[in-house]
Design a protein around this ligand. Structure first.
Ligand SMILES: [Zn+2]
Length: 422
């Protein structure tokens, strides 16, 4: 994906380990101009007030009588499950209500079954027996779980009509996080690391929502945002991590920020602007040392890229010809390459290493050895992922050394404040 001339890309948290902002230009929504304008069925509010979670003054007060807190409903997260759908099958474990957005057509199915969704003539969509040119909602009732593409969901599905249809899930934030954590960090990892991940993922989500009020969805369900496979299957550790940090987010100077994270930084993280020049220059994303990630097998890497793969990337940057060499042109103080110079029989070009990594699948730009051979380019170095924000292997390493999640977050997002969303 291209953003301001810079490719932002991420190859999966467990694979390449990173979250990227889903702020790149979207494909236009598949709702045709003749179709009714889509009105979000759920209105999302503006950013919440943050209440700092700093320790309260130590006054030996008598315990206040326990108040019965009425939990506020979670924010709803709108996740894109399927972008250009032609047909889809949604299983339901029990009762569902199916209705059009304006409520003019509705029916219910009381037993388990499958709802088929398909495109219909004149940019309409059919879900079950309903046909409409407006959004159709499939709402699980009484604990019904929806299943699509082998994943289980607890939120309601919203189908947006068009030449092809979009399938979205509207899911409460904390349930959404149940379906993110196990795919962004291993669910068997130390609880404090999972809690740090829960806060980072929650903040990232709410920051994404801030940006997307006018759009039909907030987040992709893949590495373009955060990997999400439904909140219908919940791991114990994940539930604890999410529940014990309920509502907690990171902010800087009173504002949420994109809490990027990645697999392994290779000894130190870097400033966000080496990866995305348009990102705000703020202290929490300015880089941190990391002495906690060398236990991971991702700490060192050796990787060969074929000359053909590098030439393909070079062509995408306007440089044709047979590959002659690849060299690091500029690197940061931590040893992460900022730019690489590619030489071919037709000339040479200096490119962002982050773009190169995105285009070729290079594990990390922290390169210690680079040699160009007859058929392949050999890389050695450290880390996995973009190296911005929280290093997940480092978070795990810290948790194993008994650091608490607040300390982990403070370390990787220096200067940030832990707050609770009100
Ligand atoms: Zn690290």
């Amino acid at each position: 994906m291209q953003r301001g001339g810079m490719i932002l890309f991420c190859v999966g948290m467990l694979l390449a380990g990173c979250a990227v902002p889903s702020t790149q230009p979207r494909k236009s929504a598949p709702v045709s101009s003749t179709a009714p304008t889509y009105q979000p069925a759920v209105t999302l509010g503006t950013p919440s007030v943050l209440t700092e979670l700093e320790p309260a003054p130590q006054t030996p007060a008598k315990p206040a009588p326990a108040k019965k807190a009425t939990p506020k409903p979670d924010k709803i997260v709108r996740v894109l499950l399927l972008e250009e759908g032609k047909s889809a099958y949604v299983k339901h474990s029990g009762r569902v209500n199916i209705y059009t957005q304006d409520g003019s057509k509705k029916y219910k199915i009381s037993a388990a079954g499958t709802v088929s969704i398909k495109t219909h003539r004149n940019n309409q969509v059919q879900a079950g027996t309903l046909v409409a040119a407006q959004p159709i909602i499939i709402e699980p009732v009484g604990g019904t779980i929806l299943e699509w593409d082998k994943n289980k969901y607890t939120g309601k599905f919203v189908v947006l009509p068009g030449k092809t249809f979009m399938l979205l899930e509207y899911v409460p934030l904390e349930q959404y996080l149940y379906g993110v954590l196990p795919y962004e960090m291993h669910h068997t990892w130390a609880l404090e690391a999972l809690k740090a991940q829960a806060v980072a993922a929650r903040t990232y989500t709410l920051k994404s929502i801030e940006k997307k009020v006018e759009e039909p969805f907030d987040l992709y369900n893949d590495v373009r945002s955060q990997v999400y496979k439904g909140g219908g299957q919940v791991y114990d550790n994940v539930k604890q991590a999410v529940d014990q940090t309920r509502g907690e987010v990171l902010s800087y100077k009173g504002e949420l920020f994109f809490t990027y994270y990645h697999g392994n930084c290779g000894g130190a993280t870097d400033h966000v602007q080496i990866w995305n020049k348009k990102a705000p220059n703020i202290k929490p994303l300015s880089g941190a040392t990391c002495k906690f990630d060398s236990h991971s097998k991702s700490y060192n890497f050796k990787q060969d890229l074929s000359n053909a793969a590098v030439e393909k990337f070079a062509r995408s940057q306007g440089l044709k010809g047979a590959l002659k060499s690849v060299k690091v042109a500029k690197k940061t103080g931590t040893g992460r390459a900022v730019t690489l110079t590619i030489k071919t029989s037709n000339g040479s070009k200096t490119v962002l290493c982050s773009s190169f990594r995105a285009g070729t699948g290079l594990r990390s730009c922290k390169i210690t050895k680079l040699s160009t051979g007859a058929n392949k380019v050999h890389f050695e170095g450290h880390g996995y992922g973009h190296g911005i924000g929280m290093c997940q292997d480092g978070a795990h390493g810290m948790a194993k050394q008994n650091y608490k999640y607040k300390e982990i977050l403070k370390h990787y997002y220096p200067g940030s404040t832990l707050s609770v969303v009100k």
